[in-house]
Design a protein around this ligand. Sequence first.
Ligand SMILES: [Zn+2]
Length: 274
Amino acid sequence: MALTPFFLLFTVLSLPSLPISATVSDAYPSIPGTVPIDGGFTFTDAPKPIRREVYGEGKIFDISHRYTPEMPSWDSTEGIGRFLWLAASMKNGSLANNSEMKFPTHTGTHVDSPGHFYDEYLDAGFDVDSLDLQVLNGPALLVDVPRDTNITAQVMKSLHIPKGVRRVLFRTLNTDRRLMFKKEFDTSYVGFMKDGAQWLVDNTDIKLVGIDYLSAAAYEDLGPSHLVFLKDRETILVEGLKLDDVKAGLYSVHCLPLRLVGAEGSPIRCILID
Ligand SMILES: [Zn+2]
């Protein structure tokens, strides 16, 4: 259809006007002690970015953490620190702003590939680019696990997760303790003990295991649990999920890692669609 000038004018005039100053969601900041970031504008009526955890009044939940210098880093009390800088800055005369960044691939919400704990798998190319997007996307259960224990075989049994369920996000005491919002790495986080990982592999159809701190494996079973999960190269671990303020239940999960060839881990953006 050829558009007449009149039609074009009508279309432009019919568009809803964009708000000059959008309000920052009340649901945020979820990082204690932080304030909404204003985007660096100095004039008072500058537009403000909207930072959301939930879109469409509960249709989409963002279950990925923001990357900030204060976010926890493995075995460190200092957080990840400054990881992003303006390598070329318009304030310094550059034509455009261009940032660079550097941080461990297992920072924040991230995914593990089989090469994370199996050197021979990494050598063979089982990196994050080889992960199955059909496992990382599809129906998923968000479940609450008992808050007073690591995830053992006993706990797994008690959850009664039906056969056929392929993706489960385990919400634990880590979420209640807001560990992902704390700069200091905390070894007392909750994760899978070896027998819990083994029970899951042997008795369920779960191929996507999501957890709410930096490791799916409990600190005291770090190696053994990872080895159990990653051995068959079918189970994918998504770690550091942000599961606050989402009801337990069935969703559609969508997780997309970066295509980092040769990397055993990658930041990952995950959302739940209701
Ligand atoms: Zn990891």
